[in-house]
Design a binder for this molecule. Structure first.
Ligand SMILES: C[S@@+](CC[C@H](N)C(=O)[O-])C[C@H]1O[C@@H](n2cnc3c(N)ncnc32)[C@H](O)[C@@H]1O
Length: 202
C-alpha cells in the first residue's frame, strides 16, 4: 500500500532563483516543504520506500510546478534541509513543460498544478487533512488501498484548491483539535497508519 502526500506550497519559489541560506524567506517558505519531505521519508535508520511526495509549488516566477519524490527510487536524500533544498533547486532549474523529467534519482519535475496531480491520483483514496474533519484514529481505511493525503503548507488550502479536492470525494480527516505544522501532520499520520497496520498484522 502506497502512502502519498500532496503538499501545496502557496508561496514557494518556482524558478530556482533563491539562496540556500534563505529558504524560509526568499524561497517562499520552502523550509516548511523540506521538513515535510523529511517527515514523509525518514525513519531512524532507513527511508520509507512506500511513500511518494508531491510538492505543488505556486510561488514566483513560473507557477505551477510539481516536484514528485519517489521513496522507492530516491537517492542522495539526507536529513539536513540544506542538501534537500539543493535537490529541489536543481529540479526547478530542469522544469520544462507538463511532461515529467527526472532531475536526480527519484525526483521528477513538471509544470503541472493541483488539478493535474489530482487527476493522476484519482484512483487512490483521497484524505483531506483538516482540523475540522473526523478523527483519523477512528477512520477506517482500506488497508490495501493506496492513500493520498492532501494538506497545506504554512497556509490552508484556498477555497479554489478545496473545490478541486472535493471533486475526488475525499474523506476529511482531523489529527486533533490543535492546528499542527504540516510536517508534524505527516509524522502523526504515519504513526496512526503504522499502528493500524500493526494491529491488522500487516
Ligand atoms: C500549518 S497548517 C496551516 C495553518 C493555518 N493556515 C493557520 O495559520 O492557522 C498546515 C496544514 O496542516 C493541516 N493541518 C493542520 N492541523 C491539522 C489537524 N489538527 N488535523 C488535520 N490536518 C491539520 C491542514 O491541511 C493545514 O492546511
Amino acid at each position: 500500500m502506497m502512502r502519498r502526500f500532496v503538499i501545496v506550497g502557496h508561496k514557494a519559489n518556482t524558478d530556482g532563483n533563491f539562496k540556500l541560506n534563505d529558504m524560509a524567506g526568499g524561497a517562499g517558505r520552502l523550509d516548511v516543504l523540506l521538513r515535510c519531505i523529511n517527515s514523509a521519508f525518514f525513519l531512524s535508520h532507513s527511508i520509507r520506500r512506500d511513500v511518494e511526495v508531491y510538492l505543488v509549488l505556486l510561488g514566483p516566477s513560473k507557477p505551477p510546478v510539481t516536484i514528485r519524490l519517489s521513496g522507492s527510487e530516491i537517492r542522495y536524500l539526507n536529513p539536513d534541509e540544506r542538501s534537500t533544498g539543493s535537490l529541489i533547486r536543481n529540479a526547478l532549474l530542469k522544469a520544462k513543460d507538463d511532461k515529467e523529467v527526472s532531475s536526480s534519482p527519484g525526483i521528477y519535475v513538471s509544470r503541472r498544478g493541483l488539478e493535474d496531480v489530482m487527476k493522476v491520483l484519482a484512483d487512490t483514496e483521497i484524505v483531506y487533512l483538516h482540523e475540522s474533519g473526523t478523527g483519523m484514529e477512528n477512520t477506517e481505511f482500506g488497508m490495501e488501498t493506496d492513500l493520498t493525503f492532501v494538506l497545506g503548507d504554512h497556509m490552508d488550502l484556498t477555497e479554489e484548491e478545496e473545490n478541486i479536492i472535493l471533486k475526488y470525494n475525499p474523506i476529511k480527516v482531523s489529527l486533533g483539535p490543535e492546528i499542527l505544522h504540516a510536517d508534524h501532520c505527516i509524522v502523526v499520520s504515519h504513526n496512526i497508519l503504522d499502528r493500524k497496520r500493526k494491529v491488522k498484522g500487516k
